[in-house]
Design a protein around this ligand. Structure first.
Ligand code: DGY
Length: 416
């Protein structure tokens, strides 16, 4: 995109990305999220790729510079301590990696977004891609080694799914007794309205889980045994399946060792099948400890197409979800019993999730992908670059001047 072809919104999006640029990485937004977040960075790279390919690669390389020795890529890298965010590195107490970090991961969309960046300019991208590839493969392997349940990928903390307070976790969260969590001071509600954020009930359990991980020295074998929170998650499962397909394609194109990716794809496809809740007639989260379904249709349910699974049974729920809201797919059905139009992942529409759903639909040749791209573009055009939006009237909520929607606009929604 040269300066002549930039629209005023392109310019605004670039300005937001530049304001959130910390040199080698970007933050999602200042104040609320002052560090490098894993899946935010992946999307940021696609945004940068529209005007500065070198910066796009740097974003990804910085993310992987925080990779732990066991292959895990943390969900937050605390490059420079900021007292405005809680819980910081002192609470996580992690020692597994070269950079202070959290002890959990996030949906592995970075390999897919790295492929998008690479495909913009293969000649320039081959060298950084060759450097990143073994790191991305090691991250993939970490999921395969530690997080599978019947082939579906599990989360060990709601923050790991990225959909912090989604109804998907209600059952597993209720099974946690957070007695002894102690006093702590939240910072998020000093930046954003508390009715747009998770509740104290949620936070007590989030922090209790962090304390458990710290006590177990973030050892995956110990967590597998002791952590009461283990949920097979559509976000993770569909993201890892898509990532495995992309890694295989990249590896074959560059003649690299692709390990067991072909077999892993089959394993993950079978795992995705285990997320099909026949009662809900949709993909759902499955609590591995209790064996119970969440019974929750979410925006992650619609990531099946992103994973290359064109399941005709998901067509009716997709059409209903798109019919019930004039805005892009909400995080939870607007007529669902737990729907809350403001509260983070319990109702609001997220530009990034709509990009993942929409890209998947487009890749599968489905016209709803184009519609979703247009709707997401309209949402940003009319309501700005917000963290999320009320799906009933579009009201922006959460953090402002957010990297995610800016990058979504530049790389996808603004190209409708
Ligand atoms: C937060 O602090 O709200 C984040 O979502 C954790 O990743």
């Amino acid at each position: 995109m040269n300066d002549m072809t930039q629209s005023p919104l392109d310019r605004d999006a670039r300005a937001i990305m530049q304001a959130n640029d910390r040199g080698r990485y970007s933050i999602p937004t200042s104040g609320l999220y002052p560090y490098q977040w894993n899946w935010d960075s992946a999307v940021a790279a696609a945004g940068y790729a529209e005007f500065d390919l070198d910066r796009a690669w740097l974003e990804l390389e910085t993310l992987f510079s925080g990779q732990w020795a066991n292959g895990m890529v943390p969900h937050i890298l605390f490059h420079k301590v900021d007292p405005g965010y809680f819980p910081g590195p002192d609470v996580w107490g992690c020692e597994g990696g070269p950079i202070a970090s959290s002890g959990i991961s996030q949906p592995p969309i970075a390999p897919t977004f790295a492929r998008m960046v690479w495909e913009k300019d293969r000649a320039a991208g081959d060298a950084p891609m060759r450097r990143l590839f073994p790191k991305m493969l090691a991250w993939h392997q970490w999921f395969m080694d530690w997080r599978l349940d019947r082939g579906a990928v599990c989360v060990t903390h709601p923050w790991e799914a990225g959909r912090d307070n989604a109804p998907d976790w209600d059952g597993a969260m209720a099974a946690i007794d957070p007695t002894g969590v102690g006093d702590y001071q939240r910072r998020d509600t000093s930046h954003v309205d508390s009715d747009a954020r998770p509740t104290k009930y949620d936070y007590d359990r989030y922090i209790w889980l962090v304390q458990l991980g710290r006590r177990l020295k973030w050892d995956e074998a110990a967590l597998l045994k002791e952590n009461p929170f283990r949920v097979a998650d559509p976000t993770m499962t569909f993201a890892l399946l898509r990532s495995a397909r992309d890694l295989l394609a990249i590896g074959q194109a560059l003649d690299l060792d692709t390990g067991a990716l072909q077999d892993d794809i089959k394993t993950l496809e079978a795992g995705a099948d285990t997320l099909w809740n026949p009662e809900l007639e949709a993909y759902d989260a499955r609590d591995v400890r209790s064996g119970l379904w969440a019974g929750s249709l979410s925006n992650a349910s619609f990531m099946c197409w992103y994973a290359g699974i064109d399941n005709p049974a998901m067509q009716a729920p997709l059409e209903k979800m798109m019919r019930d809201s004039a805005y892009p797919v909400p995080s939870y059905p607007v007529d669902g019993e737990k729907f809350d139009s403001k509260r983070y992942w319990r109702g609001p529409s997220w530009a990034v999730m709509n990009m993942l759903i929409g890209v998947g639909l487009e890749d599968c040749g489905k016209p709803e992908g184009t519609l979703l791209r247009q709707k997401t573009g309209d949402l940003i055009r009319n309501f700005g670059f917000a963290e999320y939006y009320n799906p009933l009237d579009g009201t922006p909520a959460g953090g402002e001047s957010f990297t995610w929607p800016a990058a979504v606009w530049l790389s996808w929604a603004g190209r409708a």
